[in-house]
Design a protein around this ligand. Structure first.
Ligand SMILES: Cc1cc2nc3c(=O)[nH]c(=O)nc-3n(C[C@H](O)[C@H](O)[C@H](O)COP(=O)(O)O)c2cc1C
Length: 372
């Protein structure tokens, strides 16, 4: 199947056929009428890059320096909960890919693999993403576990005070843990490869938030406790690098920077939270202007090919993350599909650099964006 994947759209098409509708819609769906998700992709598509000619581009490099580390690729794997629902063992595939390709993997609080197991598999390629529910004790517990397991980068996600209202999840009766009623039974029966494998490996569970003594952080729990005072507490508590994810407003970005946070991660959660939010790419230039030229900025939401990665870098991101395309890839063809999509985006970036007359991804800048 992987030899039939020539674009992220191909991977999405094959995933849609191979995995149950309920899990495909969990991945593919977004908030409300799905306008923010659509806009993310559309605004990136509408940006045009200006080719430059007759530069010798035989020696190109797309290695990225971020903080004190050098990454083989300018993109990483965005934090995503319950990836194993896409294909059994997906979290492990992502961890192996992070090692093989030299890219960061952000492990979600809501992952189906534990903080400790992922650290063993991916070492310092693994970053930890923190959600904070109603219990601050559980939050600080997770942070301490990440520190003990050797994580150096903590990503605090702040754009989920409540989970966005996602009609496709509701329509399919999607819940965590999964409940199997007649609708789901038929859906699973129609996708026997996924269902048999999932039965064989065991239905994925949230690996980090069911704690001893019956303490639990439920997926649909309110997460509105995160405020500026909490950020100060976390900054004091966590000695490693701290990144705040889900910022779209320039003033918020400045305040995050001034709270001693190491990087702002610009994102509208792939359109899964506020359906009327701007496309993340629309606000990126203003955030870059607000925080100044040297402050580390990360970006995700709507990246579907190598050229869109270059566009986000041109508009001010130092590093980008990609979400759904990797899940489509594993849904389409497991680990082979994942590698195919990573290779595809890598080669699209490489070819784009050649067309832009650019030898080093670190030299990509806003001059490359065509202005009418
Ligand atoms: C299935 C799925 C689960 C997600 N779970 C999380 C999560 O647990 N934590 C988080 O910070 N973001 C989560 N996100 C958002 C991603 O980190 C990222 O912001 C988004 O997917 C980027 O947009 P893209 O899918 O268009 O690349 C999730 C996204 C998807 C698609």
């Amino acid at each position: 199947m992987s030899n039939k994947i020539f674009s992220v759209a191909d991977a999405r098409k094959y995933a849609r056929r191979r995995i149950p509708r309920m899990t495909f819609d969990y991945v593919d769906g977004s908030a409300g009428d799905e306008n923010a998700c659509r806009l993310n992709i559309q605004c990136l598509e509408e940006l045009r890059l200006m080719p430059r000619v007759m530069v010798n581009v035989e020696q190109r490099s797309y290695k990225k320096q971020l903080f004190d580390e050098s990454w083989q690729l300018p993109f990483g794997i965005a934090p995503m909960g319950m990836c194993d629902l896409t294909w059994p063992g997906a979290d492990g595939m992502l961890a192996r890919a992070a090692c093989k390709y030299g890219m960061p993997l952000v492990l979600s609080t809501m992952a189906s693999s534990s903080i400790e197991a992922t650290a063993e598999l991916a070492g310092e390629k693994a970053w930890f993403q923190l959600y904070v529910g109603t219990s601050l004790d559980i939050a600080f517990d997770l942070v301490d576990r990440a520190a003990a397991a050797g994580y150096r980068n903590l990503v605090l996600t702040v754009d989920v005070p409540e989970i966005g209202s996602r009609p496709r999840e509701k329509r399919n009766g999607f819940q965590s843990p999964i409940r199997i009623g007649p609708g789901q039974f038929i859906d699973f029966a129609l996708h026997p490869q996924w269902s048999l494998r999932t039965l064989y490996t065991g239905v994925p569970k949230l690996a980090n938030v069911n704690l001893p003594g019956g303490k639990e952080f439920k997926r649909d729990e309110a997460r509105g406790k995160v405020d500026w005072a909490f950020l100060d507490r976390l900054r004091e508590h966590w000695k490693g690098r701290l990144i705040v994810k889900g910022v779209l407003d320039g003033d918020d970005a400045l305040r995050v920077r001034d709270a001693g946070v190491d990087a702002v991660y610009v994102s509208n959660h792939g359109g899964r939270q506020l359906d009327s939010a701007p496309a993340a790419i629309q606000v990126l230039p203003a955030i870059r202007a607000a925080v100044g030229p040297d402050y580390p900025l990360m970006f995700d939401s709507g990246l579907r090919n190598g050229e869109s990665v270059v566009k986000a870098l041109a508009l001010g991101a130092d590093f980008v993350f990609i979400g759904r395309p990797f899940l489509y890839a594993m849904g389409a063809d497991g680990e082979a599909g994942l590698q195919q999509v990573i290779e595809l985006i890598r080669s699209q970036i490489d070819i784009a650099l050649a067309q832009l007359g650019c030898n080093d991804i670190n030299d990509v800048d806003e001059q490359m964006i065509w202005v009418e």
